[in-house]
Each structure stands twice: as C-alpha cells, then as structure tokens.
Design a binder for this molecule. Structure first.
Ligand SMILES: [Zn+2]
Length: 253
C-alpha cells in the first residue's frame, strides 16, 4: 500500500490521496534516507525538492510526484542526499508527475520566490552548459520565457522544462556555489541561489533577463571559503563561461 511522503506544509493535502502510511520530511535527505534506498513499492511525494528526492530514493519503482514548488525534482532521474556536508548524487527512477497547480497557491511568498529562483537557475545553467543539446536549449529557453509571464500554471510548466533541461546538462556554476552556502551556513537552497543569481547572471548569461520575483538577499558568509569549496565540485567547470577564483571573487564581493 502506498506510502505518502510530505512536509509539514503539505500535510494538509494528504487526505486527497489513498494511502496506508505517511512520512514527514523535515530536511534534505541524509544518510539515514540513503540507507533506506529501494525499500518501498509505491511512494507518493507531495512537496518540494527534498520531499520528492526522499521519495525517489525510497521507491524501487518510479515514485508518484506532486510538486508543490518549482524545483523540477520530479523531472530528473537522480536524487541528492547530504553526507558530512557534501552533496551526493544517487541514481533513481524518474517519477511520474501529477500536476496540482492549486497546491502551490498556498505557498508562502518568500518560499515561492526562492523556488522560482531555483527554477530560473536550472534554466540558465542548462543554457550555458557545455553539455547543452538542441533539446536542452529549447527547454531552457521556453522555461525562461514562461517564467517571465509570472502566472501559476506557466511557472509550473517552466519548472518542468527547466528540470528536463538539467536532466540533460546537469547544473554547473551557480549550483556549485550554492552547496557550500547551504552546508557551511545552513542557508536554504533557494535562498542561497537568490543571493547568487543576481550577482553572477550578467557574467554568465549574455542576454538581459528581467527577474521580477528577485529581491535583494544579503548573506553574512565568508565568500572566499565558499568559492574555495565550490571549486572542488567538478560540475562548476561544466559552464561555457570561464570560472576561476579571481572571477568569482570579483562577482561575489
Ligand atoms: Zn536547484
């Protein structure tokens, strides 16, 4: 019988579904979740990236994902978990996505904006990736166009397209910089990206984009330490733009 995986804020939706057991996800998947890999037959995930990644790891079959944010996690075959401050990829089955745009209407504005920022980073990083293909370029471009409309159903589609794009290319420089901000300072994925994106976007992306939902985020962090750690992630070099310590220090100072 199905296991429903949810967060505190998506608990209110679980009775729309048939289930046998529930699991509350409070944080990003960790070693404890990785140790439970492929132990469930049917898992329904209602939530954002951490909830969907947890379901992908637990389920030996494709999980059923009902995204409530714009992480794009329901569109990719890999999940991530964190172990001793490092992000580790794990191969899973691509979930079956069910769209419930009404579930996103109750998202707090700040979480919604950080999540839209995550989606935009996925699209931008796919479009500057040296692993880009015609299909990933198309998905990334469409995603950015839909995000510009800033309407709920368009934003959900934008998140799927951005997820499809990074499924092909992977992420690169912005996400690589975000991981140490999250692991060293406990700052959420979306907030770390909202800090980084406006500072690096003009260098990385050669077209002007207007980001209506981004407010200025200031973080009290050691930039040099973050950059040194980010440069140890191989994916940071998978962007078509040159990245090195000097350039990143200049952008993030
Ligand atoms: Zn992301």
């Amino acid at each position: 019988m199905p296991l429903i995986v949810h967060s505190k804020s998506t608990e209110k939706f679980i009775d729309d579904w048939t289930y046998d057991r529930t699991m509350l996800v409070r944080d990003k998947p960790d070693k404890h979740i990785a140790d439970l890999e492929n132990t469930e037959n049917i898992v329904i995930a209602i939530g954002g990236g951490s909830v969907i990644d947890t379901a992908k790891i637990l389920c030996r079959n494709p999980a059923i994902a009902v995204p409530t944010t714009f992480s794009g996690a329901s569109r990719t075959k890999h999940a991530v978990y964190w172990y001793h401050g490092r992000k580790i990829n794990i191969n899973t089955k691509k979930p079956i996505t069910i769209c419930k745009p009404e579930y996103q209407e109750t998202l707090p504005k700040e979480i919604r904006n950080y999540s839209l920022c995550d989606c935009l980073c996925h699209a931008i990083e796919a479009s500057i990736s040296n692993r880009a293909t015609k299909l990933s370029d198309y998905c990334a471009r469409m995603s950015i166009e839909l995000l510009g409309k800033n309407k709920p159903a368009d934003s959900l589609n934008a998140s799927f397209l951005a997820g499809d794009a990074i499924e092909i290319t992977g992420t690169n420089v912005i996400h690589a910089l975000s991981y140490p901000i999250t692991s060293l300072y406990g700052i959420s994925h979306g907030k770390a990206l909202a800090f980084l994106l406006p500072r690096v976007v003009n260098y990385l992306y050669d077209r002007e984009i207007e980001v209506q939902f981004l407010e200025n985020v200031e973080l009290d962090i050691n930039i040099e330490k973050v950059i040194d750690e980010a440069l140890t992630y191989k994916k940071i070099y998978e962007s078509r733009r040159l990245v090195n310590k000097r350039i990143l220090m200049e952008l993030l100072k």
